[in-house]
Design a protein around this ligand. Structure first.
Ligand SMILES: *Cc1c(COP(=O)(O)O)cnc(C)c1O
Length: 234
């Protein structure tokens, strides 16, 4: 495969406005207010210049898979862009919990009791509490992060009651090559039953279907920044 360089500033601005128009159209079809859907621009593997181009085009919310990569790109951009919000969306190692709490405004990949304990400790030590979403492995894929469906409710309760964490929502990544809609529906039902207002689902290939199922956050990478120059960590 040939490498595709990160597109320039104008191309990124144009892609962003196309995606926003598609989000608005999907909201109209679903009879939803577009203001209820947050676009998370997934900038993993793309350089800080790409993030800056998106910021200058008015994009405020970004997603990164790896804490280290995020820590290398984002802190320097914050002083000039106070509205910038960074979401960690990739599987999180327990030993990276403290760095994640330092760099992120939201962590979308809370998926196991050990990580909940580590995040609670890091939040106490740092005096900083990012928003937290529970990631559910709706497709029961062994290689994927996320709590199992049938353990999700008990895990959510433990996060709140044992670890004192404020959980605002749920996130999933449906299996590649499968119809994502049953996964989106399951997560939407789970979030509704559990009183979780934030529903993070939908990527470049399926964000419109996710909006139809109630997504309040869509995580879009390649449709904004182009193909990734190298594979991202899972
Ligand atoms: C990379 C990634 C995305 C964005 O994927 P695209 O298909 O490039 O839009 C969304 N969510 C997660 C968790 C990711 O790792």
């Amino acid at each position: 495969m040939t490498q595709s360089p990160t597109p320039g500033t104008e191309a990124i601005a144009a892609s962003l406005s196309r995606i926003k128009a598609r989000i608005a159209a999907a909201c109209e079809r679903a009879v939803r207010d577009p203001a209820t859907v947050t676009l998370v621009a997934v900038s993993k593997t793309h350089p800080a210049e790409a993030v800056l181009a998106a910021l200058e085009a008015g994009q405020a919310v970004f997603g990164e898979n790896r804490v280290q990569e995020a820590a290398g790109k984002f802190p320097a951009l914050r002083p000039d862009h106070p509205g910038l919000r960074l979401h960690i969306i990739g599987g999180l190692q327990t030993n990276k919990a403290r760095d994640a709490v330092r760099v992120a405004d939201t962590i979308e990949s809370l998926d196991r009791p050990k990580l909940a304990a580590a995040l609670a400790e890091a939040i106490a030590k740092e005096g900083r509490a990012p928003g937290l979403l529970i990631q559910v492995n709706t497709g029961a894929e062994p290689q994927k992060s996320g709590i199992a469906r049938d353990e999700a409710a008990a895990f959510l309760r433990a996060c709140r009651e044992e670890h004192g964490l404020a959980i605002s929502g749920a996130m999933c990544i449906p299996p590649e090559g499968e119809d994502p809609v049953p996964h989106f529906r399951w997560l939407a039902d789970f979030a509704r039953d559990q009183g979780l207002p934030v529903l993070s689902m939908g990527m470049s290939g399926d964000f419109e279907a996710a909006i139809a199922c109630g997504a309040t956050q869509v995580r879009v990478g390649s449709a904004i920044f182009g193909a990734r120059p190298y594979p991202a960590a899972p």
